[in-house]
Design a protein around this ligand. Structure first.
Ligand code: SF4
Length: 213
């Protein structure tokens, strides 16, 4: 049985009671540098990203700086994080495109954001939400797992389907908060390997939890 809109919204409210301060763990900066942080965070932890960005952003203060940077030098700043070669390429290319097409200013629409190198739908959604307060429900690995386990979405849903269903089921003013709460829920309550089902306040409505305890 899928959770109804009311049950889905209720679950996100319960998550908010447990994690009232759930928010992005990436260091907040200006939109340009924040967008780069989100690109860097793919398949690595926010913590690892936060360790490399101060020196990187000190060296490259604006899109023109990075647009003219050498790949090897950018790599040297980010080599402790996963996929750093690809990411260095994306940072440079994305900055070049920003300069060429957007006067160096981060655009405020999903379509324009997704036209930039290294910016997929999730990155665009996170930038819209965090930098401009534009409602979006970014789906990462935690949001995806939690939504499936709780039966908010069918288990075979892809990320785009998950995003669309959550946006349908949850009131718009909870999209950004819901994204953060589900990430915290996935990190600290409903972890991939050992979810804390026995002590979970959502156990009574969670099909996955009931099958585990
Ligand atoms: Fe996750 Fe278990 Fe809670 Fe369900 S009952 S949300 S699987 S921790």
């Amino acid at each position: 049985m899928m959770l109804s809109s009311e049950e889905t919204t209720h679950a996100i409210e319960v998550m908010g009671e447990m994690f009232p301060n759930a928010t992005t763990s990436l260091t907040k900066t200006d939109p340009y540098h924040f967008m780069l942080s989100v690109i860097l965070s793919a398949q690595t932890t926010d913590k690892a990203v936060n360790l490399v960005t101060p020196a990187l952003f000190e060296r490259y203060k604006d899109p023109v700086d990075l647009a003219n940077a050498s790949q090897a030098e950018v790599e040297s700043y980010i080599k402790t994080i996963g996929l750093y070669r690809n990411k260095a390429r994306f940072l440079i290319k994305c900055s070049q495109e920003l300069v060429e097409r957007f006067d160096g200013v981060v655009p405020k629409t999903r379509k324009e954001l997704m036209s930039l190198s290294g910016v997929g739908r999730k990155t665009a959604d996170v930038v819209l939400a965090e930098c401009f307060g534009i409602p979006a429900f970014a789906v990462d690995t935690h949001v995806s797992r939690v939504a499936k386990r709780l039966g908010m979405v069918p288990v075979d849903s892809d990320v785009l389907t998950i995003e669309k269903i959550l946006m349908q089921k949850v009131p718009q003013d909870l999209w950004i908060k819901g994204h953060h709460r589900m990430i915290f829920w996935g990190r600290y309550q409903c972890m991939a390997r050992n979810p804390k089902c026995r002590s979970c306040p959502l156990l009574d409505i969670c099909p996955e939890g009931r099958s585990r305890v």
